[in-house]
Design a protein around this ligand. Structure first.
Ligand SMILES: Cc1cc2nc3c(=O)[nH]c(=O)nc-3n(C[C@H](O)[C@H](O)[C@H](O)COP(=O)(O)O)c2cc1C
Length: 220
């Protein structure tokens, strides 16, 4: 099938507008923090839908869009997910994690307990789609991890932009999520993200981000 091409409309900014908007966008993203204490204050589902649409604009290998965003607001399902996540995390903290790993996690004050799964109004579980079945034929998607990682980043940025908070949570292993949510066999859980307002008294670790000269190398 021949692909139709259409003219592309680039957003037009002056050089000074580019400087101002790029700085403002950085500052907006730099306010984002991983929040582990959520409020149960309701959030309009349309905001979540818009953030998912934003995430789903991500580029993907051969435009296969290999992602599904599952949104859980049902209290019973959240309770099931929390119980299963805590079972895995209890084992992680007691036997599976190395001492070095636990030492690295110490500053964040995390443990096996995940009350935010019950409390946040939405739990967004992002699934990656390893393959599609077309006319009975299994076709692998391309660069699935890279594609879904970009979609996750864009979703997280959109949530932050909407004045909400999220946490990238990875209870490991995560295969219980496909079971609880009855996902098809081509889907694997990629990230679990509680989304909502941060609790009024929420605190985050006082961490710093690498400076520009630590993350950028310019070859002139
Ligand atoms: C792939 C990935 C997995 C993560 N898994 C967890 C997790 O399971 N539990 C948790 O509390 N934080 C988790 N985090 C959050 C990180 O701890 C957090 O991003 C980091 O400490 C930097 O803090 P910031 O997000 O506030 O900048 C994860 C982050 C990423 C990118």
């Amino acid at each position: 099938m021949e692909q139709k091409f259409i003219p592309y409309q680039q957003k037009e900014l002056t050089a000074s507008e580019q400087l101002a908007t790029s700085k403002a966008y950085y500052e907006e993203l730099n306010r984002r923090r991983s929040v582990r204490e959520f409020s149960d204050e309701p959030v309009d589902i349309k905001v979540i839908e818009n953030a998912i649409l934003a995430g789903a604009t991500a580029p993907s290998g051969a435009h296969k869009q290999p992602w599904t965003f599952c949104v859980v607001s049902n209290a019973d399902l959240k309770a099931k997910i929390r119980a299963a996540a805590e079972t895995e995390e209890k084992q992680n903290y007691s036997t599976r994690m190395s001492d070095r790993w636990k030492e690295d996690l110490e500053p964040f004050g995390t443990n096996w307990e995940k009350p935010f799964i019950d409390i946040a109004p939405y739990i967004v579980i992002l699934f990656k789609r390893a393959f599609e079945t077309i006319d009975g034929e299994k076709r692998n998607n391309y660069y699935v991890n890279e594609s879904v990682g970009i979609a996750a980043g864009m979703f997280i940025a959109a949530i932050n932009n909407a004045g909400l908070s999220s946490l990238t949570h990875t209870p490991s292993p995560m295969n219980f999520l496909a079971k609880v949510l009855e996902r098809p066999e081509n889907e694997r859980a990629y990230l679990l993200m509680p989304v909502g307002y941060a609790a009024k008294d929420a605190e985050v670790p006082d961490i710093t981000r690498k400076k520009l000269d630590e993350v950028m190398v310019h070859y002139k």
